[in-house]
Ligand binder design. Structure first.
Ligand SMILES: [Zn+2]
Length: 407
């Protein structure tokens, strides 16, 4: 009724006029009382603590609701003097578990302002709740258990001034670890948490071409094949294409072809997007590029064919990559000649990706979703709060909405 379960006794319900609240007096049923707030072990009572306390629950219509109870302290052999556990709230929480689960559920689905207004709660409180829910989830299911094929990526936030390093599990599709920073020290913390025997069980590690990742993986995972993330390789081709578009545009502008230059500027998205996602207008734009600018269109085809390499995968993908490399060598477009060299240099890791058919989609979508979350989490002061929100959402730790089936 008030989001309390069988181990809670309701002693009374009162309407408190000045605060327009329903206050429900409760206590833990015998057997659920005098337990350590940290480990739930039964312990002797220490004192009455700070007396009666309130935990906010879900609103009842326009009224706020609170559970009110004594909050005695107990002496735990392991945790010392701590506030006793209560069945209706997490340890250290000022809100009931039902309320916190609602907050967590909404935090993965709605905007910061919607959540603040609808639940009448401050954003920093949301951050603390998300951290508590994730910590509880991680204690119940270790995200680092059973890892075999992982992906490592770095994601920028705060307009590219700050970075977090993330690790995803290719087999479950989950985010399993994240920490601020992008260097060997950061990644070393992950492998230390994983431990020697679990590091040895890792068979595949996909990552971008960063040397610090390669070095750290080599130092910790003796049995892992290193694979190049297709997502990053295809992004290189996008950059090379954009270079060609900019050069062409500059040349047209300097040559007094202002209309041509303007049209080229408008072609950016048509060239950049995947062809299956083009609008009719963008398709027309692409056809125009094909007709009037052969070099730019060739650059576009080079980018698309490289994407096809990773869509094909396996032996076919490797054969297409051979043909692509010889095309890139002869294409006389400087940025693609350079890209060809770069890809040759990382050929071994790229072939491993094609051989083991690691999905490009997982790292790409995690990358996109975290970028989105960094915007939602903009109000959080610390990267840790943002990481907790990412783990809640992408690590599979979001609780179902109370009293509903898990979605
Ligand atoms: Zn304890």
């Amino acid at each position: 009724m008030f989001g309390v379960e069988k181990s809670t006794v309701i002693d009374g319900v009162e309407f408190e006029e000045e605060s327009e609240s329903i206050v429900v007096s409760v206590r833990p049923r015998k057997g659920a009382n005098q337990r350590c707030g940290v480990c739930q072990r039964r312990c002797p009572r220490y004192d009455h603590g700070e007396g009666r306390r309130r935990w906010r629950g879900p609103d009842l219509g326009l009224l706020r609701s609170f559970l009110e109870a004594d909050a005695p302290r107990v002496t735990c052999g392991e945790h010392g003097v701590v506030v006793a556990s209560v069945p209706w709230a997490r340890h250290g929480a000022r809100h009931t578990t039902v309320f916190e689960d609602t907050v967590a559920w909404m935090a993965t689905r709605t905007s910061k302002s919607t959540l603040e207004v609808l639940l009448r709660i401050a954003w920093r409180t949301v951050g603390a709740i998300v951290a508590r829910v994730v910590a509880e989830g991680v204690a119940a299911r270790d995200p680092l258990a059973g890892l075999r094929r992982i992906g490592i990526d770095e994601i920028s936030y705060k307009k590219g001034h700050r970075y977090i390093t993330i690790v995803v599990d290719h087999d479950t599709g989950r985010l399993v670890w994240a920490a601020p920073g992008r260097d060997r020290k950061t990644l070393n913390a992950f492998f230390t948490a994983l431990g020697e025997s679990r590091c040895a069980a890792v068979t595949h590690v996909s990552a971008d071409a960063a040397q610090w990742i390669a070095d750290e993986v080599a130092a910790h995972c003796p049995n892992a094949v290193r694979c190049a993330d297709a997502f990053h390789i295809v992004a290189w081709a996008g950059d090379a294409l954009d270079q060609v578009r900019r050069d062409t545009w500059n040349a047209a502008r300097k040559g007094g072809m202002s209309v041509h230059a303007r049209d080229l500027k408008g072609a950016r998205y048509a060239l950049w997007k995947n062809p299956e996602n083009l609008t009719d207008r963008q398709q027309a734009k692409l056809a125009w590029v094909a007709k009037v600018n052969h070099q730019l269109f060739r650059a576009y085809l080079l980018k698309e064919q490289l994407r096809e390499v990773f869509a094909l995968k396996g032996e076919e993908g490797k054969q297409l990559l051979d043909r692509w490399l010889s095309w890139a060598r002869r294409c006389r477009i400087p940025s693609f000649v350079e890209l060809g060299r770069r890809i040759s240099k990382h050929r071994q890791a790229i072939d491993a990706t094609l051989d083991h058919r690691l999905s490009n989609g997982l790292v790409e979508s995690t990358n996109t979703k975290i970028r989105l979350l960094t915007r939602i989490a903009f109000g959080f002061k610390s990267p840790e709060a943002m990481i907790a929100l990412a783990m809640l959402n992408l690590g599979g730790y979001c609780p179902p909405l109370p009293d509903r089936q898990a979605a």
